[in-house]
Design a protein around this ligand. Structure first.
Ligand SMILES: Cc1ncc(COP(=O)(O)O)c(C=O)c1O
Length: 421
């Protein structure tokens, strides 16, 4: 672990801006970007600009980016083709009070790519798309309850226990663990005829067990419930069609956002015509739904991913990354491991079944310390799942593995100190 003055010099401007932002932005910044803990360990907290697989912070440090805005950057920061398409569209207009043919072009493209897509609805941001999907499920079934499984956004029904959320949300929005069909069956059986939709994040950690999606489908059919697959994080990364179809999922509806637009906020709900057309009976409109900058960004992103085999690239490079990082962890006997799938590796503390188990009380801290060690050396990664972009190269991956090998001893030192209390 480097000394305090090295850390403070490294992110001096970030620290100054952090103090300033605490005076005017609630919590010092957007909740998910609240950077202060890793900043105190030398990480960046304010970005200056990005390009390709990299960004630079306000102190001039360069980072190889594995968070990529929490997933939307799939081609790379400032992708020239997306920028050009957006620039051209800016010259033509961004939102109108009537439709635009490009909305049809993107909808037709999505219908071609995504097996469950018969129709498309436009939204802004993943939270509004998942909300749209459950609204359709409720309108279609005439029922109110929702069973959710994973993270689906910040709206009331996603976080029913949070302060500020009306209590009735706890009765209409219930959570089940991922991969747990008995729990889902039990919940459906305790509320017969009341559940409108089951919403499942398509991949968590090591993903669906082989019979999971078929089981969800069967239970939804038995109970007359709409099966919604949340592909906001996985769409255009595991496959162009998302992660569900390759794992055998046959949902009624699916939500996509993030990587679809390489950094623009468009999102969609796709699925069965008979369910989505209930939208006509319910007010679900917003000024920026179908905004043309997101639409052209999505058309361009999908085209580039197809032309350059982006999906193959994520699987190939992600595999190399996971293998290399797990090798470093094994060789240095670090209490961390990478699990999950190549397009979205997940950094975890080891557990009792691993050769070097991580002390239970240090699990969160170990991930934070390891990521801080990477950030101090110019690799931007956090305990959140990692993402790749088409701009990442094999050399970038190999550099990351080297950096992890350098950061390992910092983590070991931390553990010695941690164990000493
Ligand atoms: C699976 C999933 N669904 C929904 C959302 C919400 O999307 P947004 O943050 O764009 O509102 C997220 C965001 O991380 C997500 O990962």
């Amino acid at each position: 672990m480097p000394n305090v003055s090295f850390i403070e010099t490294r992110n001096k401007q970030s620290r100054r801006l952090w103090e300033r932002s605490c005076q005017c932005i609630v919590g010092g910044g957007q909740a998910h970007k609240r950077p202060v803990e890793i900043m105190m360990l030398g990480g960046p907290s304010f970005a200056a600009r990005g390009r390709g697989a990299r960004f630079w912070d306000v102190d001039g440090n360069e980072y190889l980016d594995y968070l990529l805005g929490y997933g939307p950057i799939v081609l790379g920061h400032c992708d020239p083709q997306v920028n050009e398409a957006v620039r051209r569209q800016m010259e033509e207009g961004t939102v109108f009070s009537i439709e635009h043919p490009l909305e049809i072009e993107l909808a037709e493209t999505l219908i071609q790519i995504i097996p469950c897509a018969e129709m498309v609805m436009y939204f802004v941001g993943g939270s509004s798309a998942t909300m749209g999907a459950i609204r359709c499920a409720r309108a279609h079934t005439g029922r109110e309850k929702i069973i959710r499984c994973g993270y689906h956004g910040w709206l009331d029904w996603c976080v029913p226990d949070n302060p500020g959320v009306p209590k009735f949300n706890r009765e209409v929005s219930l959570a089940v663990p991922y991969n747990d069909l008995p729990a889902l069956r039990k919940l459906l059986e305790t509320m017969p005829g009341q559940v409108a939709g089951v919403l499942v994040e398509s991949v968590q950690d090591n993903g669906p067990s082989p019979d999971y999606f078929a089981g969800v489908r069967r239970l939804c059919d038995e109970h007359g419930v709409v099966f919604i697959l949340d592909e906001i994080k996985t769409g255009f990364r595991f496959g162009l069609e998302g992660a569900g179809p390759p794992f055998g999922a046959q949902p009624d509806l699916a939500t996509f956002g993030k990587a679809m637009c390489n950094g623009y906020p468009g999102a969609v709900v796709v699925g069965k015509r008979s369910i989505l057309e209930r939208r006509i009976d319910t007010h679900m409109a917003a000024t920026f739904h179908g905004d043309l900058l997101s639409v052209v960004a999505a058309l361009t992103t999908i085209r580039v991913l197809k032309e350059q085999d982006g999906i193959g690239h994520f699987w190939r490079l992600g595999r190399r990354l996971m293998d290399g990082l797990n090798r470093v962890a094994r060789e240095q006997e670090l209490p961390i491991k990478f699990v999950g799938f190549a397009p979205m590796p997940v950094l975890k503390p080891t557990d009792e079944t691993d050769p070097v188990p991580c002390p239970r009380e240090l699990r969160d801290e170990v991930l934070k310390q390891f990521c801080a060690g990477l950030q101090r050396r110019g690799v931007f990664a956090t305990p959140h799942p990692w993402f790749l972009s088409l701009a990442h190269t094999e050399q970038d991956i190999d550099k990351t593995i080297d950096v992890a090998a350098e950061a390992g001893p910092d983590l070991k030192k931390f553990l010695v100190r941690g164990a000493a209390g």
